[in-house]
Design a binder for this molecule. Structure first.
Ligand code: FES
Length: 322
């Protein structure tokens, strides 16, 4: 299901985990257990200033007393990571969604290859915890700019799976750099690859794997804040507002929400990246071109709702329940 209910959590601990990376330990406000989660899950966190951001849970998924998230202070932040670093303090109560998982482990894997770039380590670390608990065969590679920017180094070093993790630092010696072409050279049946990190890292991993013939079903990935895919086939189309019959043109280079806002029709938004669901709008006629990562594939296929902050139209007109 795409719907998630809201939880009130208290920031029990905020800690500096590495240069520019903080962790936040979130506990139930009443001291109760939190809903269970599987490796790869994230929660939507409602931040001061009315924005919502998605953060992967990076604690051991067998824990029920807390959720742990790690947040990189991103200089290009549109407000989310800065608000977390500067405004959210220990003791504060936050509203979060229940955990949702768009990045699950494949349970039939014979072997798993976990690749993390920078703060993309958060879901990957959770996967490593889970695979270690189940005694599964896996190997993890963790690439960062430098040792001081490497979150969870101590936790990994003192874990039972430390020997399965290799660190690769951009500022380190050439021989410790990750050699993707060699690592991904031969896809094996039953071997699954998981990757999370900055877009350039993920593109390099996925391009190499695909080039070496890895089947798509064995590739698993989660983009931060879900990069919205722009396509050359994006075209202009029109939106008809069902209530008034008014037509609003959406040019090729504008989102539906932007075009509507310029026409004086405001839709509540948060992430603006198709991950939080805030802008969900009913579609009465026409076929949306879904670009979000919020709706399930089944929900997208129903074509009766879409996320106008990122999705477009496959038909010349979409009639919206507005
Ligand atoms: S604003 Fe988050 S999905 Fe559209």
């Amino acid at each position: 299901m795409s719907s998630a209910s809201t939880l009130s959590v208290r920031v029990a601990r905020k800690a500096t985990e590495a240069l520019d990376i903080c962790t936040f330990e979130l506990v139930d406000v009443n001291g109760g257990s939190l809903p269970a989660f599987a490796a790869g899950s994230h929660v939507d966190v409602q931040l001061p200033g009315g924005i919502t951001r998605q953060y992967s849970l990076c604690n051991d998924p067998k824990e029920t007393h807390r959720y742990l998230i790690g947040v990189l202070r991103d200089p290009a932040s549109r407000g989310g990571s800065r608000a977390m670093h500067e405004q959210v303090q220990e003791g504060q109560v936050l509203q979060i969604s229940t955990p949702r998982n768009h990045f699950p482990l494949a349970h039939d894997a014979k072997r798993s290859l976990l690749l993390a770039g920078g703060i993309g380590v958060t879901p990957i670390l959770c996967m490593a915890e889970r695979l270690a608990i189940t005694g599964a065969d896996f190997e993890m590679h963790y690439c960062t700019r430098s040792a001081e920017r490497t979150a969870f180094r101590n936790r990994i070093a003192s874990s039972g799976f430390a020997s399965k993790v290799k660190f690769h630092f951009d500022d380190g010696a050439a021989e410790q750099k990750l050699d993707l072409a060699t690592l991904l050279a031969v896809p094996q049946p039953g071997m699954h690859l998981y990757v999370c990190g900055p877009k350039g890292f993920m593109d390099a991993v996925l391009k190499t794997a695909r080039g070496k013939g890895w089947p798509e079903a064995q590739l698993h990935y989660e983009f931060f804040g879900a990069e919205v895919a722009k396509s050359d086939s994006d075209a202009s189309f029109e939106i008809k507002l069902a209530s008034s019959g008014r037509i609003v043109m959406v040019p090729k280079d504008k989102t539906v929400t932007k075009a509507l806002a310029e026409a004086g029709v405001e839709i509540l938004m948060s992430c603006e990246q198709g991950v939080c669901g805030t802008c969900l709008t009913r579609v009465l006629e026409g076929v949306p071109d879904h670009k979000d990562s919020y709706l399930t594939p089944e929900e997208q296929a129903a074509n009766d709702q879409f996320l106008p902050c990122c999705s477009r139209s496959k038909t010349p007109q979409l009639v919206l329940d507005l």
